[in-house]
Design a protein around this ligand. Structure first.
Ligand code: NI
Length: 177
C-alpha cells in the first residue's frame, strides 16, 4: 500500500462531516486501512482518521504503537474503528496535551471526557464495544472528532496553552508532527 499525503489544517476537507461506511470487507476498505496504517507509522502518529488523507469516510485507526512521546500508549491495542459512536461515562473531564498530524509542530491542552464507551465496527463488520479511560479515551475522542470536522485547536479553551512543540518542550526532541 502507500504512505499518503496528510492534509493540514486550513484544508476544507478536514471540516467535512464524513460519510458512514456502508460496505464492509471490501477491497476498497482494506486498501484504505492499509494506507492509514502506513501513513500513521511513517509519521509516528498515535492515530489517524480517514479525512486526514482526504478520504470522506468514517474510519479511524489508533493504538498498537510504542513511542517515547506517548509513554501511556502501550495499553491501547491496534484498532480500526468504522462508524464509531462515543458515549461519555460520568462527568469527569481531564486536561491533556495533544498534537495532530494535520497541525504539525504544535501542541495544545484539550479537555476530554475521562471515561467513555465506544462502539463501532471493524473492517469486516464485526462489532467493537469497549469502555476505556485516560489516554485511550483521549485518543479515541481526538480521532473521532476528525470525522465530524473538528480539529483539536477548536477545543482549546485557554490559548495560552497552545504553541510550538519545540518551544513548549525545549530539549525533549519531540517528533515533528
Ligand atoms: Ni488529529
Amino acid at each position: 500500500m502507500a504512505v499518503r499525503e496528510v492534509i493540514r489544517m486550513g484544508d476544507p476537507r478536514l471540516l467535512r462531516v464524513a460519510k458512514p461506511v456502508e460496505a464492509f470487507g471490501t477491497p476498497q476498505l482494506r486498501a484504505l486501512v492499509a494506507d492509514l496504517l502506513d501513513t500513521m507509522q511513517a509519521m509516528n502518529g498515535a492515530g489517524i482518521a480517514a479525512p486526514q488523507i482526504a478520504v470522506d469516510q468514517r474510519v479511524v485507526i489508533f493504538g498498537g504503537f510504542r513511542s517515547p512521546r506517548y509513554p501511556d500508549a502501550e495499553d491501547i491495542p491496534f484498532t480500526v474503528l468504522c462508524n464509531p459512536v462515543l458515549v461519555p461515562i460520568g462527568d469527569a473531564r481531564e486536561d491533556g496535551w495533544e498534537g495532530c498530524l494535520s497541525v504539525p509542530g504544535m501542541r495544545g491542552v484539550v479537555s476530554r471526557w475521562h471515561r467513555l464507551r465506544y462502539t463501532g465496527f471493524d473492517p469486516d463488520g464485526r462489532p467493537i464495544d469497549r469502555t476505556v479511560d485516560g489516554f485511550h479515551a483521549r485518543v479515541v475522542q481526538h480521532e473521532c472528532d476528525h470525522l465530524d470536522g473538528v480539529l483539536y485547536p477548536m477545543r482549546i479553551t485557554d490559548l495560552r496553552q497552545f504553541g510550538f512543540a519545540d518551544v513548549l518542550f525545549p530539549g525533549q526532541a519531540l517528533e515533528d508532527d
